[in-house]
Design a protein. Structure first.
Length: 237
């Protein structure tokens, strides 16, 4: 199984509902961390934490369930680092955090060529139209015919725009029984090394030019950053 993610831009987001959900989500995550820290070193199961937060949070049950998984994951990581004497702080979540949905609680539908993504908000699933490329359209069409299986999804905002990040599971490519094979090894000093078994030849593709331009523009962006020329940095991309 091959896992990939695609970024779906929401055309006209319900900003008020999205922000209220995100604010409640981050508040719930911090309540969960506070609860676990007060119970430490006693261990708490998923159901114990879920039942505690259920009385405190105004979230759809599926969103709360994913939130509990996320809280426990971050708390376990924190405890491991603390035991290993790694300098770290108790997890804290800002109200700009992405909201997680499991694979059963988000979906994409199509109506007269318009695609929309739906996920639970306030107990019901809200569908929002999305902007997609031709390549994303082909992928979503395969998703609707069950050729691709959905994974988890996330709702997030970037620079005032809202997106849904969809994780998709593609089936493994079927192995071929061909005899003509070319092996390609990728690297840094040589960005590719190709070996042709039939002719017994090896070809090295130098990465020197790539490294030169990478270093050149890294230095340029750094100097522009010191000069506060942000528009010039954006143009350099």
């Amino acid at each position: 199984m091959i896992t990939k993610t695609i970024l779906l831009k929401i055309k006209e987001p319900d900003i008020l509902k999205f922000k209220l959900l995100r604010q409640e989500y981050s508040k719930t995550l911090n309540l969960g961390i506070e609860y676990l820290s007060n119970q430490w070193p006693n261990k708490n199961s998923h159901s114990q934490l879920y039942n505690y937060l259920k009385t405190k949070a105004e979230l759809p049950s599926s969103v709360l369930n994913e939130g509990v998984r996320f809280i426990r994951s971050r708390w376990v990581t924190f405890c491991k680092q603390w035991k290993q004497h790694i300098k770290t702080s108790i997890p804290h979540f800002k109200n700009t955090i992405a909201i997680s949905f499991n694979n059963q609680n988000w979906s994409v539908k199509e109506n007269k060529g318009i695609y929309s993504v739906g996920f639970p908000i306030s107990g019901s699933k809200l569908y929002s139209d999305i902007t997609i490329s031709s390549r994303q359209k082909d992928t979503l069409d395969r998703l609707s015919t069950a050729q691709i299986k959905p994974g988890n999804g996330q709702l997030l905002a970037r620079k005032g725009k809202w997106y849904f990040v969809a994780t998709l599971n593609f089936p493994d490519c079927e192995p071929t029984d061909g005899t003509d094979i070319v092996g390609v090894d990728l690297g840094l000093n040589n960005i590719a090394v190709c070996y042709d078994k039939e002719q017994g030849k090896t070809e090295f593709c130098s990465g020197k030019e790539v490294r030169y331009y990478r270093t050149k523009y890294a230095v340029r962006r750094k100097s522009l950053g010191k000069a506060k020329k942000l528009s010039a940095i954006r143009k350099s991309k």
